[in-house]
Design a protein around this ligand. Sequence first.
Ligand code: IVH
Length: 675
Amino acid sequence: MRAVRNKADYEVLCDEIWHHNRCYFQEAAPEISDEAFDALVLLLEKTEREHPEWISPTSPTQRVGERPLEGFAEVVHAEPMLSLEKAFTQEELEAFYDRVCRIVDRKKVDFFGELKMDGLALCVTYEHGQLVRAVTRGDGEVGSDITQNIKTIRDIPLRISSEIKLLEVRGEVFLPKAHFDRMNAERKGLGLPLWANPRNAAAGSLKLLDSRELARRGGLSCVFYGISRQDPVKVHYQHELFSYLQLLGLPTYLSMKELPMTPLRTVSSVDDMMRFQDEIRAIREKLPFAIDGVVFKLDNLDESATIPPTMKHPRTAIAWKFGAEQAWTRLQEIVVQVGRTGVVTPVAELEPVELSGSTVARATLHNAEEIERKDIRPGDRVLIEKGGDVIPKVVESDKHAAHRQPQWRMPKECPACGTPLIKDEEEVAWRCPNHQHCSEQIIRGLTHFVGKDGLDIENIGEKLIRHLYAKGYVKAPHDLFSVSKDMLLTIEGIKEKSAENILKGLEAAKKPALDAFLLALGIRFVGAGGAKRIAEAAETIEGFTQLTKEQLLGVEGIGEEVATSVEHALADTAFLHELQLLRDAGVAPLPRSKREGVEGHPFNTATIVLTGTLSSMSRTEAAKRIEACGGSVTDSVSKRTSYVVVGDEPGSKFEKAQKLGVKTLNEQEFLQLLG
Ligand code: IVH
């Protein structure tokens, strides 16, 4: 067996494994057999056990995080991570092209076109060839240190040529479509809510504090498309960047296999740009990952570096965004779904079809009137559309088929409990009025209670709730806390270990934040923002039960609708009884103390709206500082707003402030008051 006698031998072995790793994963051209590779890794592991003092942070064994992180540290970006200006029309692209020509004082400019990956921006720093840091975009100025998690992504090398003193690269972490589908299928089996798209799924994974879990899930990939710092300077043109990074072993669009065309192109006119985006749009569906447009960057990077960016984006690059995607498929059936508030919505069950990077089998039909207006019938061929995160919707149906089924009619009775449906004059929605006993309303209410907008109880999703309800174990939220291991073991598919995890999740959920608890109760019109404001005003659960409508109306951001709805709930004996039973079951929401302000500070207890761009700090930073003084930042201007802070290029909030006579502050005045 080969001997590793000293640190130098050890380093050679590390390099060798990295080399084979790259041949295997990036070039798909292994030079040695899997067995020979495994033998090298075994030797490395043995050496590290014998000489722990040699272990390098970039050893191939360090790829999988060994310990859970305690939370992510914040890192200030050496160069801010800006976003890109967007163009949706040819006119916008022309305006951009002309503007850059004017700035560089030439009639024609070369741009470089590339894919706009729909993932999560990442900044990775290599020092003396070693990966030292990986940071998320965050608010552009400050991101989270996710180095440990990034080390689990196989195509990101932990070391590159040691001759490179400094290289900071920017790119995108993404989840290929195939992995996304697999992950959702697994979640569906477990009855967990599905990820809306690959980007959300990737974000969910990256946020995991335990990188071992991330390594287990696997599937994340990365592509780099920019350099923010380099020493020595090697790249002067964007078109050189990809082959340079590729040479260093970093993943780029060039290392991607099985693409129907080269996704990179030098373009020198708006016509070229339009042609490029057209061609890319045509192959979008065939790509193994999700993109949401193409990006055009000034090819000459040295020239680009001399043109200062605006507060938000570089002046020399633009993102061409694709609009919503559409596809034709067969409408198999229209089913009606009962929500937790009794609203009954028609849902289209479709022949599964690929759309914007995921498989779509259901789409919303909004309401009965819309189905009638668009004359959509079961069995029709229908056009469905999906833009961004939005749930797919049915746009239209093909009305020329030879045989169509009769027009669809909303059932007269609730499909779950048989109660006649009702509809208010001015509303379009039909609802089931049987709030106390309709099984679907109860199940949906329970699912909401345990879900993300509720107590966020781990390991419990709709599927388990349906079982617990069907078995008669759980009829109301408080029953959840009397669920026993024996009960869980009667449910198909639940074994000892998962039963224990479910019980652990329930135990942990007994001390929710007051706002999460109020949100979980599912009071009509009370969303996350409202629950937070009510919790702040009430401070404790006792305080909540004693709130009057007048007091609620005095809370900033709480209007008539919410106040009336809470008043109704607090006068409803069944609601109050359930609250008591939850408390008897040991659920004790944590009191929410009022924010401690800075006594006498002009912003203490003030409500402030920010509009436009500030040059001295980001909006997140401004909001943080206002809150630290005891003020709160809200989105919309009302008479009760104390100040509107007006930055560069303010929006309509400035006009509204003037109209309502709300005091405005320019940046300097704001900074002075902030102190
Ligand atoms: S260049 C100044 N190139 O799009 C920002 N960005 O809206 C420089 N993105 O935050 C980014 N593909 O997360 C660039 N080929 C590409 C990209 C790309 C996706 C993302 C990136 C950025 C966002 C901008």
